[in-house]
Design a protein around this ligand. Structure first.
Ligand code: UDP
Length: 339
């Protein structure tokens, strides 16, 4: 089988590429490296079944050629990370909406299977958890930049479903909840790599707000398995599926656990949201997926525990910081073996 992964040099895309190659599939990736990095796929370059293009999916000619030769298209290319979204709203909206338009309109010509990666952000300000795929989406006002991300991804979802209903393009939507693991960068505000790097370097762990907001974290390996299961199951076509974990933890507890596992002496400090993001920033207090639907379809159940997730990120970030010269080769901190 041949698969195309848009955003394939990103955190999730690179793990997905790796898994398909391990299975013997041919993998094509296209990435403009806006948030992805060739470092993420460096180890795949020697594989003759791996082909990469550093380009934007808005290059219609190239994207059309790649879609034509592939059986499945994973559309992962998107503007991600709350900080990036607050700082570059124009780019967020354009990348998400125009990019998806290009992919779906080209896939429509040959009715290729497309998995569109969406996000739990689309649930917006809902405060009743867990979130079910058919729940109403509750957005904030257009004056608040963060909602542009949720709305742009909601439009992507509408487009994907419309292409199935009207043009019989077999699409499926994966709503990803907080996904973490090696290769995720903290540069765009993601909490776990940020806390881990702060803990390893002895800096303060910056908890935004009062830290009582909660999230459920899923290891990227569990997410990749779910994406492949959805993309290859015809019953999933035209449907939306949550992918996430049900283990809820507050951000303050998360900071404390990372400090313990890294044996760090870093302090935990509280940063007001307006200092961390922008005036009037609205956070979601809880975000828990209902995963019954994907469990029924493909038997999905995440395997990695939170401690396993944290341990894998700590190991990865430690090695990265050593290679960047930000940590000595034999740092005084070590990872506690999680029990
Ligand atoms: N957060 C934090 N400190 C940081 C980065 C993030 O307290 O240095 C908080 C953030 O405000 C949110 C949670 O951690 O409540 C998860 O943030 P992330 O950007 O990883 O994902 P989100 O769920 O917001 O998309």
């Amino acid at each position: 089988m041949k698969v195309l992964i848009t955003g394939g040099a990103g955190f999730i895309g690179s793990h997905l590429a790796e898994r398909h190659l391990e299975r013997g599939d041919e993998v094509y990736i296209i990435d403009d490296l806006s948030t992805g990095s060739m470092d993420n796929v460096e180890h795949l370059k020697g594989n003759h079944k791996f082909t990469y293009y550093i380009d934007t999916i808005r290059n219609r000619q190239l994207t059309a050629e790649l879609i034509d030769i592939c059986d499945i298209i994973y559309h992962l290319a998107a503007a991600v990370g709350v900080r990036l979204i607050v700082e570059s709203p124009v780019n967020t909206i354009e990348t998400n909406i125009q990019g998806t338009d290009v992919v779906l309109s080209l896939a429509a010509k040959k009715r290729k299977r497309v998995l569109v990666a969406s996000t739990s952000e689309v649930y917006g300000k809902r405060d009743q958890v867990p979130f079910h795929e058919d729940d109403d989406l509750i957005m904030g006002p257009t004056s608040k930049g963060r909602w542009s991300y949720a709305c742009s991804k909601a439009i992507d979802e509408f487009m994907a479903i419309a292409y199935w209903k009207e043009k019989l393009v077999p699409t499926v939507i994966a709503r990803l909840f907080n996904t973490v693991g090696p290769r995720q960068t903290g540069r765009y505000g993601m909490v776990i790599p940020s806390f881990v790097r702060q803990a390893l370097s002895g800096q303060d762990l910056t908890v935004y707000g009062d830290g009582s907001q909660t999230r459920c974290f899923t290891h990227v390996s569990d997410v990749v398995g779910a994406l492949m299961g959805l993309a290859e199951n015809f019953e999933a076509v035209g449907e939306v599926y949550n992918i996430g974990s049900n283990h809820e933890i507050s951000i303050l507890q998360l900071a404390e656990r990372i400090r313990e596992l890294t044996q760090s002496n870093s302090r935990i400090v509280f940063v007001p949201y307006e200092d961390a993001y922008e005036e009037g920033f609205e956070d979601m207090m809880r975000r828990v997926p209902d995963t019954t639907k994907i469990h029924h379809l493909i038997g999905y159940a995440p395997k990695c525990t939170l401690d396993e997730i944290l341990t894998s990120v700590i190991e990865y970030q430690r090695q990265k910081m050593v290679s960047e010269g930000a940590l000595p080769v034999f740092p005084h901190t070590s990872v506690l073996v999680a029990n």
